[in-house]
Design a protein around this ligand. Structure first.
Ligand SMILES: CC(=O)N[C@H]1[C@@H](OP(=O)(O)O)O[C@H](CO)[C@@H](O)[C@@H]1O
Ligand SMILES: [Mg+2]
Length: 562
């Protein structure tokens, strides 16, 4: 770098760090979901995330990187920031320690020193023209605008970096845009909507006439968590033929508070109707999104006499997707016609320890390959990419289906060959076209409640299934989750995708001893990656037993680590 450019770079970094001093006592950790805190205290961390994203883009030869300003399903006063890598996925983990150090640099000199050292260690070529581009998106939180400004100032502190504000978006939209831009595909919001609407329409065109039952009904109530997902769904719902979507908690002015008594996290944890729904909704298929629309669950109001719901969580959404995809692969490969070359496909199902044991058993009983990763979508997504088709979901409703490029090319070759032989009426052709449409519909970058919802709806319609048909695939085992406050949660170290505690060793022995007392008992504990708590999860054959197992293990955690 020329001496005067280097001076200018130093000046800009010192200036921006001076403008956003770190309040004393603040400590940020990038964790599983980026930095999160009370929105009013987030500006220094967000500004530094801007610096970080710009550096990441310079490092990756100017590929577009993303910044999302959101705190997802958390209360409206919270906010947060996370970075998307050029493939649209989460920022590479080996940059997280630098992210932490940068966010916690105590003063401008320390920040400058850190950046210069990191730039040297990582050989990041600072000082050029047009060397970085960062796309920014934010949700509907009131602190979003002010934090966007902090991020812009951070980005602009790196010479040659260009910030592109994409506006108020769902988290998955921004990830999709980053991925599309780097693939050279059109990447605006209207391109995103067009892709969703067109591929959904193609899925519906491929529903065989008179197939399956006729239990499917068009009506769908959607709880938008008073966030961005409801607003976006309002924008496109008129174009979703065959669906009659009614959005509640839509995010429109005055309808309610973001994530308050509503949204996917609330419904999944509390198992009661969200705000705005009532026993009068018995019988209607309902879906719930979280505040930034990257989680999706479905529910049914159980009875007209109370507010409990029958829940379809991420595990059951995953099961529906797995059934559908397996069926299409079977059409392609087992149609008894020897003339057709088979299309070998590795289909992988990825879950975490929080997946209900009944779902894992169901999936394995279908002969599917099920693997486990630690909690956090970055782990699940990466594992799913190892397959031709990888389906992953967290029980809380975050997940997607990823298709390898090689497999997509093979599907295209199959469909081209069949259409060149005027064989477009065959089950094989239709199955290939359905998988191609599904790969367009479902977000390839991250879990996306809007695209997930449309894939669910298309599959239910294809199968002619009601909510009950779907919900009845298997019965969830009763489970209980508890949080335990301890002195230092990092004292717990886990192994085997977090299903076993390796330290302290006495704890695992106690968990084993307690679990042995319960029929179908399963229990694990792990330190949360997003909250200062230890989480305890237990499953057993009855709710009373699951509660009791969780409670006894929570006691042991308190006693050993309290
Ligand atoms: C049990 C649970 O739901 N854990 C959530 C929660 O992580 P914890 O590390 O458990 O705090 O937040 C993560 C980010 O949103 C999400 O990926 C994960 O599934
Ligand atoms: Mg979310």
């Amino acid at each position: 770098m020329a001496a005067n450019t280097e001076q200018e770079q130093r000046r800009r970094l010192l200036a921006v760090a001076t403008r956003f001093p770190l309040p004393s006592g603040c400590r940020f950790s990038y964790g599983t979901a980026g930095f999160r805190a009370d929105g009013a205290t987030m500006a220094p961390a967000v500004c530094r995330a801007g610096i970080l994203a710009a550096l990441r883009s310079v490092k990756l030869a100017g590929a577009a990187v993303g910044i999302v300003i959101t705190a997802s399903h958390n209360p409206v006063a919270d906010n947060g920031v996370k970075i998307a890598d050029p493939d649209g996925g989460m920022m590479a983990q080996h940059w997280e320690p630098f992210a932490d150090a940068l966010a916690n640099a105590p003063d401008p000199d320390a920040l400058l020193h850190l950046v210069l050292q990191f730039v040297k260690d990582e050989s990041i070529p600072l000082g050029g023209q047009d060397t970085a581009q960062v796309l920014l998106g934010r949700d509907t939180r009131p602190t979003g605008g002010y934090l966007l400004d902090a991020a812009l100032q951070g980005i602009n502190a790196i010479i040659g970096a260009r910030a592109i504000d994409m506006g108020i978006l769902t988290t998955p939209q921004l990830h999709w845009m980053v991925r599309s831009k780097n693939k050279g595909i059109k990447a605006s919001e209207s391109d995103y909507f067009t892709q969703l609407i067109d591929s959904f329409r193609r899925m519906l065109e491929l529903v065989p006439k008179g197939k399956g039952g006729d239990e499917f009904t068009k009506k769908l109530f959607v709880d938008g968590a008073n966030g961005i997902g409801g607003l976006k769904l309002e924008q496109i719902k008129a174009e979703l033929s065959d669906l009659d979507v009614i959005v509640r908690n839509s995010g429109k002015e005055g309808e309610g508070i973001l994530n308050h008594m509503c949204g996917a996290d609330f419904v999944q944890k509390e198992r009661v109707t969200p705000h705005g729904f009532s026993p009068e909704d018995v019988g209607v298929r309902c879906a719930s999104l979280d505040g930034d629309a990257d989680r999706l669950v479905y529910f049914h109001v159980s009875s007209a006499s109370d507010n409990r719901v029958d829940l379809v969580d991420g595990d059951k959404i995953l099961s529906l997707f797995a059934l559908f995809i397996r069926e299409q692969l079977d059409f392609i490969n087992n149609n008894g016609d020897q003339a057709n070359k088979p299309l070998p496909a590795r289909l992988g199902i990825v879950q975490t320890a929080y997946a209900n044991g009944a779902s894992t058993q169901f999936l394995k009983s279908l002969g599917l390959e099920v693997v486990f990763t630690p909690t956090g979508v970055k782990y699940l997504h990466r594992k799913a990419l190892e397959y031709d088709i990888g389906i992953y979901f967290e029980a809380n409703g975050h997940g997607t289906v990823v298709f390898s490029e090689d497999f997509i090319s093979q599907l295209e070759a199959v469909s081209n060959e069949l259409s060149s032989h005027a064989d477009t009426g065959s089950a094989r052709y239709h199955a290939a076209m359905r998988l191609l449409a599904a790969s367009q519909l479902i977000n390839q970058a991250v879990g996306d409640a809007l695209s997930g919802l449309l894939l669910v709806e298309a599959i239910l319609l294809y199968k002619g299934w009601s909510f009950q048909n779907w919900c009845g695939l298997y019965s969830d085992l009763p489970s209980r989750q508890l949080k335990v406050k301890v002195m230092d949660r990092s004292a717990i170290v886990t192994t085997n995708a977090e299903t076993k505690v390796s330290q302290p060793t006495a704890l695992q022995e106690l968990i084993d001893m307690e679990t042995a007392n319960y029929a179908q008992g399963r229990c694990f504990v792990r330190p949360s990656g997003t909250e200062d708590v230890v989480r305890v999860y237990a499953e057993a054959s009855t709710q009373v037993e699951a509660d009791s197992l969780a409670k006894s293990v929570a006691h042991h955690v308190e006693r050993l680590l309290g």
